[in-house]
Design a protein around this ligand. Structure first.
Ligand code: LRH
Ligand code: MN
Length: 386
């Protein structure tokens, strides 16, 4: 396999979410698992294990207030000492009673101010952690027609987004995430990529769109959205996960590995895999019933496999077949790559990086899982705390 492919795989950077290491679940039950972190430091320590065995996940995103600490510089140093760094800062304006009718879109200006203050606090935290991105997902929406003015809520949203934009430093960005439904079930104020894109264009170059792969209507062609936003220079990040039905937040590539390949194919074709492409490849998942660190390691490996398959696509043959209108020929070029077993290649690349060819087995052998179960007794386990 070409050196270019190997080099791209060695240089891949995937950002893991601190909240994936805490307890999570559904409205029916949040299952507690032994050894789960009790604080941001333990979450970062677990995330560092994923990087230790995969070599390609040196960034951990935080969620505020789930990862609130007194000293964010110290937390960033703690992460650095473990060989990782703090990435995106995720705001949370979806877990306060005041936000029942919305946060930045709430009819009540007092509530809007409170929500905006939290968003601005997240930018302050970015200054302390050295993070580039604040990630904004709003649970804001309505459940019944007539509940509120769709247009007025867009005015309020735009006003808050502008205020955050003005606060950003030169090298900072805001990433706007959209979601079709849940927790609102009639309108979401940022329901789709078009709405997020329109707000980001109006805001300016430091505003980019986040594609969470679980936030679309069934059957949505997500790679079309990827290709379109890439062309517009407005794709800022992915929240990778997979789903069979709704926002299931399952391991990326688990439910639909072919979709993940098609997405990474668009990325590779646009030469957007490079670390300086400005696109964050983040995981946004919940390991409700499976062990969390192995779940993250498996997820990172799924992204690596989809990426490797996309990197081995014979671009010249594909281009020639497309140019010739050879429909089956073009499709065959892509399927040949997708149907190629890239696991031996990835095992070799890991060996080149001085890592075990089998991260899952290496982690299992490490005894870390048993160590944290023994050590982490007492205290309040981390979780969504919904
Ligand atoms: C909303 C979402 C958002 C996060 C949350 C953890 O569904 O995808 O990205 O803030 O999950
Ligand atoms: Mn998300």
């Amino acid at each position: 396999m070409t050196d270019h492919v190997r080099a791209a795989l060695r240089a891949q950077q995937i950002e893991v979410p601190s909240w994936a290491y805490g307890n999570s679940g559904t409205r029916f039950k949040v299952f507690a698992q032994k050894g789960v972190p009790r604080n941001p430091q333990e979450k970062i320590a677990d995330a560092a294990q994923v990087h230790k065995y995969t070599g390609v996940s040196p960034i951990v995103s935080l969620h505020i207030p789930w990862d609130k600490v007194d000293d964010y510089e110290a937390l960033a140093k703690y992460a650095g000492d473990l060989g990782v760094r703090i990435g995106g800062i995720n705001a949370n304006v979806f877990q306060d009673d005041d936000y029942m009718l919305g946060s930045v879109t709430n009819p009540d200006p007092r509530v809007r101010r409170k929500a905006l203050d939290h968003l601005l606090e997240c930018v302050d935290i970015m200054d302390a952690t050295g993070s580039r991105d604040v990630k904004l997902w709003f649970s804001d929406g309505t459940n019944y027609p007539g509940q509120d003015s769709i247009r007025a809520r867009q005015d309020r949203l735009a006003e808050a987004l502008s205020a955050v934009y003005e606060r950003l430093g030169d090298h900072q960005r805001m990433l706007l995430e959209y979601k079709l439904f849940e927790p609102a079930f009639y309108t979401m104020d940022v329901p789709d990529w078009g709405t997020a894109y329109a707000h980001c264009i109006r805001l300016g170059p430091k505003a980019q769109v986040v594609i969470d792969t679980g936030h679309h209507a069934p059957g949505t062609n997500i790679e079309f959205i990827v290709a379109f936003l890439l062309r517009e220079g407005k794709l800022g990040a992915f929240d990778f996960n997979s789903r069979f039905y709704a926002d299931d937040d399952l391991m990326v590539g688990a439910a639909d590995p072919f979709q993940l390949f098609r997405i990474m194919h668009e990325i590779v074709q646009a030469d957007a895999l490079r670390a300086d492409s400005g696109i964050n490849f983040m995981l946004d998942q919940c390991h409700n019933i499976e062990p969390k660190i192995p779940g993250q390691i498996r997820s990172v490996m799924n992204v690596q496999e989809a990426t490797a398959k996309a990197l081995i696509v014979d671009a010249a043959a594909l281009g020639a077949a497309q140019q010739a209108g050879d429909v089956l020929g073009a499709n065959a070029v892509l399927m040949d790559a997708y149907n190629t077993d890239v696991r031996p290649l990835l095992a070799e690349v890991r060996a080149e990086m001085g890592l075990s060819p089998d991260p899952m087995a290496a982690y299992a052998r490490s005894g870390y899982a048993e160590k944290i179960v023994a050590e982490r007794v007492g205290g309040q386990q981390a979780g969504w705390g919904a």
